[in-house]
Ligand binder design. Sequence first.
Ligand SMILES: [Zn+2]
Length: 547
Amino acid sequence: MVRYDKNDAILANIATAFEKRLRAPLDVTLAIDPSLGKATGKWEGGVASASSYDQLYDVLGRLLRDPALPAGTYTSVKEFCTIYFASHFNNYMDMAPMDELCEYIVDLAFWGMSAINIWFDMHFFRNPEEGRVKIDRLREAFKFARKMGILTILTTLSNEAWNDSVPALRADWTPGHDGYVYPLNDHFHLEICPSKPGGMELIKQYRREMLEAIRDAAPDYVAIGGYDEGGCTCTACAPWGGNGHLRTVRELIPLYKEFFPNVRFILSAWQFGTYNQKTIEFDLLAEALKTDEAFRDVDYVISEPQYARYAYRPDVDMGRPLLTFPEISMYKMKPWGGYGANPLPRMLDNLWQTYGGDKRLAGCVPYSEGLYEDLNKVILLRQYRDGQPAAKTIREYLAYETGLTGELLEKTAKAVEAMEETHERVFDRAAHTAIIVNPERVEEIEAAMSEADAAMSAAARKNPRWRILLLRARVDGALKRAGFVRNAEVLSIYNELAVLCHLLEANGQSQRPDLDGDDTEGIYFIKPNQETGMDATPEEGRAKLKK
Ligand SMILES: [Zn+2]
């Protein structure tokens, strides 16, 4: 029996979600108790209480996984544990049925996620009407999260534009001038330069059109990034992250507040310093955050220690708590999501051990492309909530998702850990090959995972989280047996993965298993330059640069 204050609609929804996930009856009273203090929850005498809804999920998640949870107080190591759902290229976030996606959001909340973070990628569309399907998904996800007591973050880029943006006002992405030594690699060449006459007004007009379309689904936060995609390397904007970008953010903040009066802000320093190989963008951002009243509603700064970002140097003060932006999706695997699960426990533990103790660090925003990296998300959430090492989380995850126990659980966990050794592969689309760089333990992993699969219940065997782990082991085994060439066995596993992870319509270049090899259309840059004047492919852009 789950009891709660019937006047609290959010608590009622959390109670329903909790009860649905209980494996055996449990008497629990849910309560929100601000007197517990920041990011703190408690389990005592049959009462699960917490200072906030997200913290309550954390306590309830512990109870779901361990109904014999010891009574005690549970304070999160880091307060702000979000997941960034990159929604583009018809990936999982774009294509999973909304019911499934909503269930998934709640599952992650029980693992410790406090906020979902979603980007609506404007560049695919000429206007909000054309992007209606994606906009409606975003609205639905935000409304659902709000109803469930999960915070929402709208991710944006400062100088984003629609697909038919005004060519004369487009931003520069080229290097070789104004301190830029590398081209802006993910730039769509549709973004707008705010320094050209009329550019700032156009950026605001496009943003206004986009916000109008999501007006009824107010986010708690807006996160604003400068690069990837986005940016302008022109003389008037450089260095973008500390100049043109900040000028644009300054103009955009009041616009966002016009639509969503209570919204707070997060500024992302992702890719700062990458293209000019200098620290000036971080310095100028830090200066603006300290001195400029226009940025008073900025609560956090996102940066990424994975690439030794300047913001994490102990002598640098960004004036706000920091959030990490760990890459858990694309690392050393192409197509990402193409081979099932991609557990990276050692890499994530190393990052946590190096940076987790930094008092300025308030949370994380892992970059998620799909369901296949679910275990990486969970490892991160337990690190940030509880300081828990990946090894323990893997065992907790397997036990909860599959019911494995004892020696078999231990053996399976070791096989999952070993997948990091067989992770890296070299993919050749034309040859249909995926060569595993270090394939030594492939057979051992496959045998252990098959043994576990045979031992578990039929229901557990069907659990997609288990299935994507098992299929990773099986596809690696099949690839090795076939000399790393895609044969019928490999293809059948690729097909199952594409169905399971809703990737059948995903971009074939990067995000979908190698189903047909020569498929290059995907939806990446689907609207070619005949219509918009943009570069049809990054290769064309690069060729142009060489001239
Ligand atoms: Zn510019």
